[in-house]
Write a protein of this length. Structure first.
Length: 580
């Protein structure tokens, strides 16, 4: 089967979804182009700044489209075949993820750009608000755990590809470190030398290309430098990356995050464009099986693992934090919510499809699939193949894909650490400089405990921590999406008494709640029951955290059910949604 035909059909499905279901949602939520948004009404040109949708979409897309829509589809595609992953990406993004993102964004916009947690407090209870914040913080910790270790794993070892090219983790590490130095230089020059953004981009974007090319010739291989194992080298990188999270969360935005986000945005769009060009002109064909079975060779079932493995490519609770945290403060008109919220999710689905295409092109016995599976390497190899179509040398193309992958992860780590710090300060009442440092230290330090645990597979062989924690990250992230959809459903019903909300947001909430809770229960069962069915005390922290998340989710759900019984204020007739 032609990859072009398949991806084109998927693109058409997403486009139809945007104009058909997206338009229906805009009518149901009664998006009003004349309504004053918080960005306009509370404009201060610091936090509240109205931005045209064509610019805000790119900013929002860069914030939500990190490594999640790359790693998840690749893992799920290898595990169960590309068919189930593709179907879930399409159905999930159009009918669940898009609804979640649009709903959380408009809910925040209509509540003075407050967070989803604040909306929970208004429509449920103060107790639910604190439970929700605790749940979000734990979820952010596991996001940091999973993505920190993914990057650390990509910095170790070496892999010889079928074309004879050798990819070294040390080379990726060198390029990554050089890349991180560039935005700091860029930020300093823009602030103190008054270098314009245009000139800074013209200067530093080519330097990123130099960093990609040079990195593989000066590999920063800690295992060789210090005579340690790859596993120990990975843990050292874990510590260094968490220290980076701490620094990135407290330094001024202009020094690192803003210039790095600007350069990283080019990675996102170039990688997306390279994938599309490769699909259109590459003549690639699908070789990997459509479906490999209802369970993996290790007995991992498609239900519910598919729905928490793909994660961000179809639906992600993390998006609600971005939508209600920063994006809602920049929405110029309510009608932009459809473009930014719903359209942004469908664009991320396209990123997920291109990541899945990197699996589709492989044969079942491809060398890159043997041994320890590295999603970043599969993605880098796929992007390299796509870029080769437009004349880019394979060595550079693969290195570009690998660094792009790492760059996307940095975005997630930065945002997650900063959000975790805000939440902890709110929960514990930590204020001032000491509170900021303390909250950041706890948020970045807690993941250190988990990544330093020795993780093994069923055969007792050491494996990277991210492979163990990815499923827990996916389950907690998807459960966060479910709880956000529950909160949106409560808000809509209590505010407007519109019965359509039970179908539009209620059904997706139930589906995500069941799949994610089911996954967490599997962790609990694995931790507390032996293969023979005998009770045991779990030694790994994953099972205990799974219990805590389930308890929090049940308590929040109980509060939501109680909230439905409370009388809700009537909305003005002029703003009442269709179908109410």
């Amino acid at each position: 089967m032609s990859l072009l035909v398949l991806i084109s059909g998927c693109g058409a499905f997403l486009l139809i979804g945007y104009f058909a279901y997206g338009t229906l949602l805009a009518r149901l939520f009664k998006l009003d182009p004349k309504a004053k948004t918080p960005a306009v009404e509370m404009r201060d040109d610091v936090d509240f700044v109205p931005i045209d949708s064509k610019f805000l979409l790119g900013q929002h897309f860069s914030a939500i489209a990190a490594a999640g829509p790359i790693v998840g589809p690749i893992l799920a595609g290898v595990m169960f075949g590309w068919g189930p992953a593709l179907i879930w990406i399409l159905i999930g993004s159009v009918f669940i993820g898009g609804v979640h993102d649009l709903g959380s964004l408009i809910a925040s916009v209509r509540h003075k750009a407050r967070s989803i947690a604040e909306i929970v407090r208004e429509y449920m209870s103060r107790r639910t608000y604190y439970l929700f914040l605790i749940f979000v913080w734990i979820t952010l910790v596991y996001i940091i755990v999973a993505f920190t270790d993914i990057v650390a794993s990509s910095f170790v070892g070496r892999q010889t590809l079928e074309n004879g090219m050798t990819v070294t983790g040390g080379g990726i590490a060198s390029s990554s470190m050089l890349y991180l130095a560039l935005p700091v230089m860029m930020g300093l020059l823009m602030r103190y030398a008054k270098l314009s953004l245009l000139r800074a981009t013209i200067i530093f974007l080519p330097l990123v290309g130099v960093a990609i090319w040079v990195g593989r010739y000066i590999p920063l291989d800690l295992a060789v430098l210090f005579g340690i194992t790859d596993n120990r080298s990975r843990q050292v990188w874990d510590v260094l990356l968490l220290f980076y999270c701490f620094i990135a969360s407290i330094v001024p935005m202009w020094l690192l995050l803003q210039p790095r986000g600007h350069l990283g945005g080019f990675f996102l769009y170039i990688a997306l464009a390279a994938g599309l060009l490769g699909v259109i002109f590459g003549g690639k064909v699908v070789q990997y099986p459509f479906f490999t079975g209802w369970a993996t060779a290790k007995g991992e079932p498609l239900f519910p693992l598919l729905f928490i493995t793909v994660a961000c490519g179809a639906c992600s609770g993390f998006h609600a934090l971005v939508s209600s945290g920063t994006t809602s403060k920049q929405i110029k008109t309510e009608t932009d919510v459809k473009v930014i919220g719903y359209g942004g999710m469908l664009l991320e689905a396209l990123v997920a499809l291109l990541a899945l295409a990197c699996v589709m092109m492989l044969t079942k016995d491809a060398a890159v699939l043997k041994g320890s599976l590295k999603a970043n390497l599969i993605y880098g190899l796929g992007i390299g193949n796509f870029m080769e179509v437009i004349g880019i040398p394979p060595a550079f193309g693969i290195s570009f894909g690998l660094l792009a992958f790492t760059t996307f992860v940095y975005d997630t780590l930065d945002v997650s650490t900063r959000l975790g710090r805000y939440i902890l300060q709110e929960l514990l009442g930590l204020k001032g400089g000491i509170g900021r440092y303390a909250a950041t230290a706890v948020t970045a330090g807690t993941p250190l405990f988990f990544v330093m645990q020795e993780t093994k597979d069923a055969m007792g062989n050491p494996i990277p921590a991210w492979k163990v924690f990815w499923s827990l990250f996916g389950a907690s992230n998807q459960l966060l999406a479910a709880l956000t959809l529950v909160a949106i459903t409560v808000w809509l019903y209590r505010k407007y008494r519109a019965r359509w909300v039970f179908l539009v947001t209620g059904v997706p909430a139930v589906w995500m709640y069941v799949m994610s809770s089911w996954s967490l229960l599997r962790f609990v069962k694995a931790g507390f029951l032996s293969p023979a069915g005998e009770f045991k005390i779990a030694r790994d922290p994953v099972s205990w955290v799974a219990i805590l998340l389930l308890v929090l989710a049940v308590l929040i759900l109980i509060e939501a059910i109680r909230a439905f019984r409370k009388p809700g204020p009537r909305e003005k007739a002029s703003a009442q949604p269709a179908g109410a």
